[in-house]
Design a protein around this ligand. Structure first.
Ligand SMILES: [Zn+2]
Ligand SMILES: [Zn+2]
Length: 135
């Protein structure tokens, strides 16, 4: 059913991959991750001028975070790309929980008509049944 999905069968486990990174990689990623979190919190809860400055700082930090994690010198592509099949599939970060490999819905983002889990990789909307909604 999900044979043409671009979602890999296993999730991206950030904690497991983190343990494989060098101290230098961890330092680079950790520093910008902290800055992104602090900037995001300030941007959400404080008014300008701190709010404005931190909205911009968060965007910059998130860009640097992505670069540090998956750019040059970051983790290996195979950590999040499964290229063992006919075509590459990506591992979805584990924080999302179960994901339907057919439509990409998840616990906090169910299908419009409501859906539940048919099995660990397919939601009920994608098999055409009407089981209980997520949650
Ligand atoms: Zn689905
Ligand atoms: Zn669904």
């Amino acid at each position: 059913m999900a044979d043409d999905s671009n979602i890999a069968t296993d999730a991206f486990d950030g904690a497991a991959v983190w343990a494989t990174l060098s101290p230098e990689q961890q330092a680079r990623i950790g520093a910008v991750a902290l800055e992104a979190a602090v900037a995001g919190a300030i941007a959400e809860y404080l008014r300008d001028p701190a709010g404005r400055a931190c909205a911009e700082a968060e965007q910059i930090a998130l860009g640097l975070l992505r670069e540090a994690a998956i750019g040059e010198g970051g983790m290996i592509d195979r950590a999040w790309i499964d290229d063992t099949g006919l075509k590459p599939r990506v591992r979805i970060p584990s924080v999302i929980g179960l994901v339907c490999q057919t439509c990409g819905c998840s616990q906090n983002d169910p299908c419009e008509e409501g859906c539940g889990w048919h099995d660990a990789v397919t939601c009920t909307a994608c098999v055409g049944s009407g089981e209980a909604a997520h949650g």
